[in-house]
Design a protein around this ligand. Structure first.
Ligand code: ADP
Length: 395
């Protein structure tokens, strides 16, 4: 039994064919530089890697070409019996008010995803293109939409409400939707299983290129740092996260920048890239090791913001049992983990530095036994979560 998971990003498309129960991967691939003069498709089956480069106009063509690679290089997407694909799971960034759980895709679902484009202008059009081609080329398999916002549908009103005119908010659907929900759901569930305790007050820090924090009580999300869009919250690779909205007015009025230019500045030209000149934490760390002050200052801002969220989430949950790091930086940067957790020493939270430094791909505890809060590293696996949710939706 297997599920094909499709994740169309703004300029790339990732896919994975995997077994939802065990997580075994049969094939994976990545289409990059969609819309550029030279696109790249990498298709991996077991240890065999096929790389093709040619212009790929859009996401429809990207998926069409990727599915063609399954025909020529396997595995067979049309296999019957034991090898048959049970579902195609599509990652969708924005489900708005329409979707609170994984949903089998029909024309009406497609239409809702289209209506939500203003709330996810970079992502939802790419998702739609992927859905349309996949439904056309794999018409006999159920297609399931798994929404990044779904885990945060349970947020309390006090969390999702922005303090602006109610009528304007309702008319334009302005509220906190959150994002990265699939990862926060997967990781918080994994923590509960790992500790054999589903009555936990958890903070999950998904810090990769995009970054978000969530507060989870007994498996339900009660707060998250991303808002109407994935721009709000933590400092990210190229996004600024929290900022006084007046900066927009100021740049518009005083610097003569257009709204689109400011949008681009905040989403693609800010964060670590703006502060350190680089959004790769490995390179930033290397520079810190050589005494680079700019790199140091950038990481200070980065860590400071995370600490603010840990403090406020502990306050709104009325306590804290676990802090879990995940995603590219969270899973790999012992330095960032250490800088964050060292700020919490006055509250009795302590890392075991030896455990923190040991590289591992497994879920693990990295705090000392006497720490008041357990600190963990849990590798996220959004594709596996999407595959499992897709199977749940069709049964
Ligand atoms: P995305 O949001 O694009 O899915 P990822 O979760 O893959 O991002 O995270 C990418 C980030 O992880 C980059 O900033 C990269 O520098 C960082 N990263 C990956 N490996 C390491 C490492 N060994 N040490 C520090 N940072 C790392």
């Amino acid at each position: 039994m297997s599920v094909l998971v499709i994740n169309s990003g703004s300029s790339s498309l990732k896919y994975k064919l995997l077994e939802p129960a065990s997580g075994q991967e049969y094939a994976s691939g990545l289409v990059e530089k969609i819309g550029d003069t030279e696109g790249i498709i990498t298709h991996i089956v077991d240890d065999n890697k096929t790389v093709l480069t040619f212009p790929i106009a859009d996401h429809s063509q990207a998926l069409e070409q990727a599915l063609r690679l399954f025909d020529t290089h396997g595995p067979d997407l049309h296999a019957q019996g034991k090898q048959a694909i049970q579902a195609v799971g599509h990652r969708i960034v924005q489900g708005g008010m329409y979707f609170s759980e994984p949903t089998i895709i029909d024309d009406e679902v497609e239409q809702h995803i289209e209506e939500l484009i203003p709330l996810a202008p970079l992502h939802n059009p790419a998702h739609l293109a992927g859905i349309r081609v996949a439904r056309q080329l794999l018409p006999d398999i159920p297609h399931v939409a798994v929404f990044d916002t779904a885990f945060f549908h349970s947020l309390p009103k006090a969390s999702y409400t922005y303090a602006i005119d109610r009528n304007i908010a309702a008319k334009y659907q302005i509220r906190r939707y959150g994002a990265h929900g699939t990862s926060h759901a997967y990781v918080s569930d994994k923590v509960a299983r790992f500790l054999r305790n589903d009555q936990l007050k958890q903070i999950v820090l998904h810090i990769g290129n995009g970054a978000s924090a969530s507060a989870v009580i007994n498996g339900k999300a009660v707060e998250t740092s991303m808002g109407l869009t994935p721009l709000e919250g933590l400092v990210m690779g190229t996004r600024c996260g929290d900022i006084d909205p007046t900066v927009v007015f100021h740049l518009y009025r005083e610097a003569g920048m257009s709204i689109d230019e400011i949008d681009d500045l905040f989403n693609r030209g800010s964060g670590l890239k703006a502060l350190a000149g680089d959004n790769d934490m490995r390179a930033i760390k290397e520079r810190m090791d050589h005494g680079d002050e700019i790199a140091h200052d950038a990481v200070d801002v980065y860590v400071h913001r995370i600490a603010i969220y840990i403090g406020s989430y502990t306050a709104i949950m009325g306590g804290l049992d676990t802090i879990t790091f995940t995603a590219g930086i969270g899973e790999n940067s012992d330095v960032v983990r250490s800088l964050v957790i060292n700020k919490l020493a006055p509250f009795g939270v302590f890392l075991d530095e030896k455990k923190n430094k040991e590289p591992s791909k497994e879920a693990r505890i990295i705090s000392r036994d006497d720490s008041s809060v357990k600190v963990l590293v849990v590798p996220t696996n959004e594709e596996l979560s999407i595959a499992r949710q897709s199977i749940k939706a069709i049964n």
